[in-house]
Design a protein around this ligand. Structure first.
Ligand SMILES: [Fe+2]
Ligand SMILES: [Fe+2]
Length: 233
């Protein structure tokens, strides 16, 4: 007999669902393994700290722009889960993660549409192939690509001359600000110029910043960057 999932009330998404999902033992185990595996191949932190930051920012962006609480909740869920596919393989981890998450999330009270929105945001968050299909995608992209900070660097060693570590470690503060009155999303960075320069930042993160601009435009906003108190874009 063909099984169909019951369309659960929308209220479930807004009523503690995020907390249920982030405390799911399977999800916790896969996210921890993703972070562990990326550490092995020399990537920055991609664990609970990164997921929590992206979740917070993705939800806040939509909240501040007046989107529904349902969309804010879905953005938080997708933001927390977006990098889970990394435990299987770094390449195409967005699509891998989305495919993996479908059975994991089916047990939660989400409609097929809500589930699909989360999966689309996970599947499109990387700059190599990501498309802005909807507001959830846009918010997760901006949150993810804006998370540059020294706390993401594992065992920083300047003698390695790893530009990704240098740039991340140089960023002592990163903050996303949304001004709905002027339709602007701004990434404020504090960069220690003794460790890396703004040019270094753009050398490795230009594609990410373009993705943030496109995602912001989808949300009806411009995307601005300020560094050490000066607007640079
Ligand atoms: Fe990713
Ligand atoms: Fe990420």
């Amino acid at each position: 007999m063909k099984e169909t999932r019951t369309e659960k009330p929308q209220a479930g998404v807004e009523n503690g669902l995020f907390e249920q999902i982030i405390n799911d033992p399977q999800i916790q185990a896969f996210l921890a393994l993703a972070d562990e595996h990326l550490g092995v191949i020399g990537y920055t932190e991609h664990g609970a700290r990164h997921g929590s930051r992206v979740a917070k920012w993705a939800g806040s962006i939509l909240h501040d722009l007046g989107h529904s609480s349902e969309e804010c909740s879905l953005a938080r869920i997708a933001g927390y889960l977006h990098d889970i596919g990394n435990f299987i393989c770094r390449e195409n981890h967005g699509q891998t993660g989305a495919t993996l998450l479908y059975p994991l999330l089916c047990k939660y009270p989400m409609t097929e549409r809500q589930l699909g929105l989360v999966l689309s945001a996970v599947g499109n968050h990387e700059e190599q192939y990501g498309q802005v299909y909807n507001s959830i995608c846009a918010a997760v992209m901006i949150g993810d690509k804006s998370d540059v900070h020294r706390s993401r660097v594992r065992d920083y060693d300047p003698s390695r001359n790893d530009i990704h570590d240098d740039v991340n470690y140089a960023v002592t503060r990163s903050q996303l600000l949304v001004d709905p009155n002027v339709h602007e999303i701004k990434l404020e960075l504090q960069i220690d110029n003794n460790i890396a320069s703004v040019m270094d930042y753009f050398e490795i993160f230009m594609e990410r910043m373009v993705m943030c601009r496109n995602a912001s435009q989808f949300l009806g906003c411009s995307f601005r960057i300020s560094c050490n108190g000066t607007s640079i874009g």
